[in-house]
Design a protein around this ligand. Structure first.
Ligand code: NDP
Length: 314
């Protein structure tokens, strides 16, 4: 069984930043990149709000840069997906790809969260061509255009209001006859002149020869007066929730009702298990930004260094 001092699971901004810091601190970090090396940002187009890139940067390029920076400081970056964890006692054990068990003194969980999609074939067909699950990432590309947001919770309302600051018109597609969001967000949406809420609507598909040009809608699905029509739009935003990738750690760590790992102190990656840290979106239901994830990866590596040093392991 391989034994390491610092194991990082996940290859988004949190994981790679943790690897940069841990590498520079001579912790000899081993990082497993998971199913989607580079994480969520590799599925977006340009990232314009990551500090240091005044002209913006392609999401794939940004993650390549972070990866190369981690490699430069000696991080051992490996392909592999964590399928099980045993955090019952130190050193902790993580199983990679069903057969390899790594023992580690410190574990940085940076497995991220995945935006939920409706499951329509067209969401894949138009990925990066008008379909997005992140308004703050992609909203800028829809200035003075018409967009639709799917969802009726706080995220959907926040994204609709954010997009209304850029787009000429925002449709909010809500499957129920009411919003689930907090009252203040409901008021903001209902009172916004650029936002039109389509209650009791579901999206059935998208159309367009050159990216998304419209959405096929169904009104009052399953009711006697069910009706179908097409709505021209330029962008289709999903805001129906995220699923944090925390399943294999849930038996040992506290999570909220959605599955976000709860750290001991908000804003600090320490969990209730000494030497186990949670960084990035897997522990952040609120901000979920590349830069906040990177910052928490940095904190996790610094905490890991302190922990190993206090134990006399480095
Ligand atoms: P929620 O789970 O609260 O809302 C998801 C929304 O998406 C619901 O309206 C739901 O509809 C709808 N939805 C889910 N699946 C589908 C589907 N297949 N088709 C159509 N609609 C669907 O998720 P959020 O991300 O909005 O919020 C998560 C948590 O984070 C909440 O507790 C929220 O309050 C919190 N939050 C807080 C913020 C803040 O305080 N600033 C900002 C953002 C989130 P239905 O109601 O019918 O189930």
């Amino acid at each position: 069984m391989e034994k390491v001092n610092c194991l990082i699971i996940g290859s988004g901004p949190a994981g790679y930043t943790a690897a940069i810091y841990a590498g520079r601190a001579n912790l000899n970090p081993v990082l497993y990149e998971g199913l989607q090396p580079g994480g969520q940002l590799t599925t977006t187009t340009d990232v314009e709000n990551f500090p240091g890139y005044p002209e913006g940067v392609n999401g794939m390029q940004l993650m390549d840069d972070l990866r190369n920076q981690a490699a430069r400081f000696g991080a051992d970056l490996r392909g592999g997906f964590a399928v099980a964890a045993d955090l019952s006692s130190s050193p902790y054990k993580v199983t990679i790809d069903n057969n390899q068990v790594i023992e580690t003194e410190t574990l940085i969980i940076a497995t991220g969260a995945a935006a939920k999609y409706l499951g329509l074939e067209d969401e894949k067909k138009y990925a990066g061509m008008g379909v997005s699950a992140c308004a703050t990432c992609d909203g800028f590309f829809y200035r003075k255009k018409v967009v639709a947001v799917v969802g009726g919770g706080d995220t959907a309302c926040e994204e609709a209001v954010y997009l209304a600051g850029l787009a000429s018109k925002v449709y909010l597609i809500v499957r129920k006859p009411y919003l689930r969001a907090s009252q203040i967000m409901q008021d903001r949406v209902m009172n916004h002149e650029k936002i039109e809420v389509l209650f009791e609507h579901n999206a059935e598909g998208l159309f367009g020869d050159n990216g998304v040009e419209g959405v096929h809608l169904v009104k009052r699905l399953g009711e006697a007066d069910e009706s179908h029509y097409d709505l021209p739009i330029d962008g289709f935003f999903l805001a129906i929730g995220h699923k944090p990738n925390s399943d294999i750690f849930k038996a040992y760590l506290d999570t909220d009702e959605t599955g976000y790992i709860q750290t001991l102190i908000p804003g600090n990656p320490r969990t209730k298990i000494p030497g186990v840290f949670a960084a990035g979106d897997v522990a952040d239901s609120e901000f979920r930004q590349a830069i906040t994830a990177a910052a928490s990866g940095c904190k996790a590596a610094l905490e890991a260094e302190r922990y190993l040093s206090a134990k006399g392991l480095i």
